[in-house]
Write a protein of this length. Sequence first.
Lengths: 107, 122
Amino acid sequence: DIQMTQSPSTLSASVGDRVTITCRASQSVSPWLAWYQQKPGKAPKLIIYKASTLKSGVPSRFSGTGAGTEFTLTVSSLQPDDFATYYCQHYNTNFPTFGPGTKVDIK
Amino acid sequence: QVTLKESGPVLVKPTETLTLTCTVSGFSLNDAVMGVSWIRQPPGKALEWLAHIFSNDEKSYSPSLKSRLTISKDTSKSQVVLTMINVAHVDTATYFCARSDLSVAGLCFDSWGQGILVTVSS
Protein backbone atom coordinates (compact mmCIF):
# COMPACT_ATOMS: atom_id res chain seq x y z
CA ASP A 1 0.00 0.00 0.00
CA ILE A 2 1.06 3.58 -0.63
CA GLN A 3 1.13 5.58 2.60
CA MET A 4 0.35 9.28 2.67
CA THR A 5 1.54 11.78 5.24
CA GLN A 6 0.69 15.47 5.66
CA SER A 7 2.35 18.31 7.48
CA PRO A 8 1.56 20.15 9.55
CA SER A 9 -1.31 18.36 11.26
CA THR A 10 -2.69 21.69 12.46
CA LEU A 11 -2.03 25.16 11.14
CA SER A 12 -3.14 28.37 12.82
CA ALA A 13 -3.47 31.30 10.46
CA SER A 14 -5.19 34.63 9.95
CA VAL A 15 -7.36 35.94 7.16
CA GLY A 16 -5.09 37.12 4.36
CA ASP A 17 -2.22 34.77 5.23
CA ARG A 18 -0.50 32.63 2.62
CA VAL A 19 -0.83 29.02 3.73
CA THR A 20 1.03 25.95 2.48
CA ILE A 21 0.28 22.30 3.30
CA THR A 22 2.62 19.48 2.33
CA CYS A 23 1.65 15.94 1.38
CA ARG A 24 4.16 13.12 0.96
CA ALA A 25 3.67 9.67 -0.52
CA SER A 26 5.69 6.56 0.33
CA GLN A 27 6.38 6.08 -3.39
CA SER A 28 5.88 8.10 -6.54
CA VAL A 29 2.24 8.80 -7.33
CA SER A 30 2.73 11.48 -9.98
CA PRO A 31 0.53 13.06 -11.18
CA TRP A 32 -2.34 11.26 -9.46
CA LEU A 33 -2.79 13.43 -6.41
CA ALA A 34 -5.96 15.17 -5.27
CA TRP A 35 -6.77 17.68 -2.52
CA TYR A 36 -10.06 17.96 -0.65
CA GLN A 37 -11.53 20.52 1.74
CA GLN A 38 -13.82 19.31 4.51
CA LYS A 39 -15.82 21.33 6.98
CA PRO A 40 -17.30 19.87 10.20
CA GLY A 41 -20.32 17.69 9.57
CA LYS A 42 -19.99 17.97 5.80
CA ALA A 43 -18.72 15.78 3.01
CA PRO A 44 -15.30 16.58 1.54
CA LYS A 45 -15.12 18.73 -1.57
CA LEU A 46 -12.62 18.14 -4.35
CA ILE A 47 -10.54 21.24 -4.96
CA ILE A 48 -7.51 20.05 -6.96
CA TYR A 49 -6.83 16.93 -9.00
CA LYS A 50 -3.90 15.67 -11.06
CA ALA A 51 -1.67 17.50 -8.58
CA SER A 52 -2.29 20.98 -10.00
CA THR A 53 -5.62 21.12 -11.86
CA LEU A 54 -8.14 23.32 -10.13
CA LYS A 55 -11.65 21.91 -10.14
CA SER A 56 -14.10 24.15 -11.96
CA GLY A 57 -15.64 26.71 -9.62
CA VAL A 58 -12.87 26.58 -7.02
CA PRO A 59 -11.34 30.00 -6.29
CA SER A 60 -8.01 30.71 -7.94
CA ARG A 61 -6.38 31.45 -4.57
CA PHE A 62 -6.01 27.67 -4.27
CA SER A 63 -3.13 26.06 -6.14
CA GLY A 64 -1.38 22.72 -6.16
CA THR A 65 2.16 21.82 -7.09
CA GLY A 66 4.50 18.91 -6.81
CA ALA A 67 5.63 15.69 -8.41
CA GLY A 68 6.90 12.27 -7.49
CA THR A 69 6.36 11.88 -3.77
CA GLU A 70 6.03 15.49 -2.55
CA PHE A 71 3.11 17.80 -3.18
CA THR A 72 1.87 21.10 -1.80
CA LEU A 73 -1.44 22.87 -1.53
CA THR A 74 -1.21 26.64 -1.25
CA VAL A 75 -3.89 29.17 -0.40
CA SER A 76 -2.52 32.52 -1.52
CA SER A 77 -4.71 34.69 0.72
CA LEU A 78 -6.74 32.83 3.31
CA GLN A 79 -10.42 33.75 3.44
CA PRO A 80 -12.93 33.11 6.26
CA ASP A 81 -14.52 30.32 4.22
CA ASP A 82 -11.18 28.48 3.97
CA PHE A 83 -10.93 27.46 7.62
CA ALA A 84 -11.38 23.71 7.31
CA THR A 85 -9.52 20.42 7.22
CA TYR A 86 -7.63 19.53 4.06
CA TYR A 87 -6.87 16.01 2.87
CA CYS A 88 -4.62 14.78 0.11
CA GLN A 89 -5.39 11.54 -1.71
CA HIS A 90 -3.34 9.54 -4.17
CA TYR A 91 -4.97 7.58 -6.95
CA ASN A 92 -1.91 6.09 -8.58
CA THR A 93 -3.43 2.63 -8.19
CA ASN A 94 -6.91 1.21 -7.89
CA PHE A 95 -6.39 1.38 -4.09
CA PRO A 96 -6.48 5.10 -3.36
CA THR A 97 -5.49 6.31 0.08
CA PHE A 98 -5.97 9.57 1.94
CA GLY A 99 -3.57 11.52 4.07
CA PRO A 100 -4.30 12.10 7.76
CA GLY A 101 -5.48 15.65 7.17
CA THR A 102 -4.38 19.18 8.04
CA LYS A 103 -6.68 21.36 10.08
CA VAL A 104 -6.48 25.06 9.29
CA ASP A 105 -7.86 27.08 12.16
CA ILE A 106 -8.05 30.70 13.17
CA LYS A 107 -5.03 32.14 14.93
CA GLN B 1 -27.22 17.99 -11.23
CA VAL B 2 -25.25 15.10 -9.79
CA THR B 3 -26.45 13.80 -6.44
CA LEU B 4 -25.61 10.80 -4.30
CA LYS B 5 -27.47 9.75 -1.17
CA GLU B 6 -26.57 7.09 1.34
CA SER B 7 -29.18 5.04 3.18
CA GLY B 8 -29.15 2.18 5.62
CA PRO B 9 -29.24 1.40 9.33
CA VAL B 10 -27.80 3.91 11.77
CA LEU B 11 -27.29 1.31 14.48
CA VAL B 12 -25.97 -2.21 14.07
CA LYS B 13 -24.86 -4.78 16.64
CA PRO B 14 -21.37 -6.28 16.78
CA THR B 15 -20.94 -9.33 14.52
CA GLU B 16 -23.91 -8.31 12.36
CA THR B 17 -23.80 -7.52 8.65
CA LEU B 18 -24.07 -3.89 7.55
CA THR B 19 -25.71 -3.09 4.21
CA LEU B 20 -25.57 0.45 2.85
CA THR B 21 -27.16 1.76 -0.33
CA CYS B 22 -26.05 4.72 -2.42
CA THR B 23 -28.71 6.09 -4.74
CA VAL B 24 -27.36 8.31 -7.49
CA SER B 25 -28.90 10.75 -9.94
CA GLY B 26 -27.62 13.08 -12.62
CA PHE B 27 -25.38 10.43 -14.16
CA SER B 28 -25.62 6.81 -15.20
CA LEU B 29 -23.83 3.89 -13.57
CA ASN B 30 -23.62 2.48 -17.12
CA ASP B 31 -21.56 5.44 -18.32
CA ALA B 32 -18.17 4.02 -19.28
CA VAL B 33 -16.21 6.62 -17.34
CA MET B 34 -18.27 6.72 -14.15
CA GLY B 35 -17.66 4.78 -10.98
CA VAL B 36 -18.66 4.94 -7.33
CA SER B 37 -16.61 4.41 -4.19
CA TRP B 38 -17.47 3.98 -0.54
CA ILE B 39 -15.34 5.95 1.89
CA ARG B 40 -15.71 6.15 5.65
CA GLN B 41 -14.63 8.48 8.44
CA PRO B 42 -14.63 7.50 12.12
CA PRO B 43 -15.61 10.35 14.42
CA GLY B 44 -12.81 12.90 14.58
CA LYS B 45 -10.55 10.86 12.31
CA ALA B 46 -9.36 10.79 8.73
CA LEU B 47 -11.02 9.48 5.60
CA GLU B 48 -10.58 5.82 4.69
CA TRP B 49 -11.33 4.48 1.21
CA LEU B 50 -13.17 1.16 1.27
CA ALA B 51 -14.23 -0.03 -2.17
CA HIS B 52 -14.94 1.05 -5.75
CA ILE B 53 -17.08 -0.26 -8.57
CA PHE B 54 -16.40 0.65 -12.17
CA SER B 55 -18.93 0.89 -14.98
CA ASN B 56 -17.86 -2.49 -16.37
CA ASP B 57 -18.60 -4.03 -12.94
CA GLU B 58 -14.92 -4.39 -12.09
CA LYS B 59 -14.43 -3.99 -8.34
CA SER B 60 -11.59 -2.86 -6.15
CA TYR B 61 -11.30 -3.22 -2.38
CA SER B 62 -9.14 -1.91 0.41
CA PRO B 63 -6.63 -4.69 1.02
CA SER B 64 -7.11 -4.47 4.78
CA LEU B 65 -10.90 -4.88 4.57
CA LYS B 66 -11.27 -6.97 1.43
CA SER B 67 -12.37 -10.12 3.24
CA ARG B 68 -15.32 -8.30 4.83
CA LEU B 69 -16.59 -6.14 1.98
CA THR B 70 -18.75 -6.65 -1.07
CA ILE B 71 -19.68 -3.86 -3.47
CA SER B 72 -22.32 -4.25 -6.16
CA LYS B 73 -24.61 -2.14 -8.28
CA ASP B 74 -28.09 -2.20 -9.73
CA THR B 75 -28.03 0.09 -12.73
CA SER B 76 -31.80 -0.09 -13.22
CA LYS B 77 -32.25 1.41 -9.76
CA SER B 78 -29.18 3.69 -9.99
CA GLN B 79 -27.91 2.16 -6.77
CA VAL B 80 -24.57 0.98 -5.44
CA VAL B 81 -24.63 -1.32 -2.42
CA LEU B 82 -21.88 -1.98 0.09
CA THR B 83 -22.04 -4.95 2.42
CA MET B 84 -19.72 -5.32 5.38
CA ILE B 85 -19.81 -8.52 7.39
CA ASN B 86 -18.93 -9.10 11.04
CA VAL B 87 -18.96 -5.43 12.10
CA ALA B 88 -17.22 -4.28 15.27
CA HIS B 89 -17.07 -1.10 17.35
CA VAL B 90 -14.13 0.15 15.25
CA ASP B 91 -16.46 0.23 12.23
CA THR B 92 -18.43 3.10 13.78
CA ALA B 93 -18.07 5.90 11.25
CA THR B 94 -19.77 8.18 8.78
CA TYR B 95 -19.98 6.30 5.51
CA PHE B 96 -19.88 8.30 2.28
CA CYS B 97 -20.43 7.26 -1.29
CA ALA B 98 -18.65 9.31 -3.93
CA ARG B 99 -18.41 9.47 -7.70
CA SER B 100 -15.33 9.27 -9.86
CA ASP B 101 -15.22 10.47 -13.45
CA LEU B 102 -12.32 8.74 -15.17
CA SER B 103 -12.53 11.04 -18.20
CA VAL B 104 -11.75 14.11 -16.14
CA ALA B 105 -9.97 13.32 -12.95
CA GLY B 106 -9.31 9.61 -12.59
CA LEU B 107 -10.02 7.72 -9.41
CA CYS B 108 -10.64 10.79 -7.28
CA PHE B 109 -14.03 11.95 -6.18
CA ASP B 110 -15.79 14.96 -7.63
CA SER B 111 -19.21 14.45 -6.04
CA TRP B 112 -20.07 13.07 -2.62
CA GLY B 113 -23.16 12.07 -0.72
CA GLN B 114 -23.96 13.73 2.58
CA GLY B 115 -22.87 10.66 4.51
CA ILE B 116 -24.60 8.38 6.98
CA LEU B 117 -23.37 7.89 10.54
CA VAL B 118 -23.40 4.22 11.44
CA THR B 119 -22.87 3.25 15.07
CA VAL B 120 -21.88 -0.27 16.06
CA SER B 121 -23.11 -1.01 19.55
CA SER B 122 -24.87 -3.75 21.43
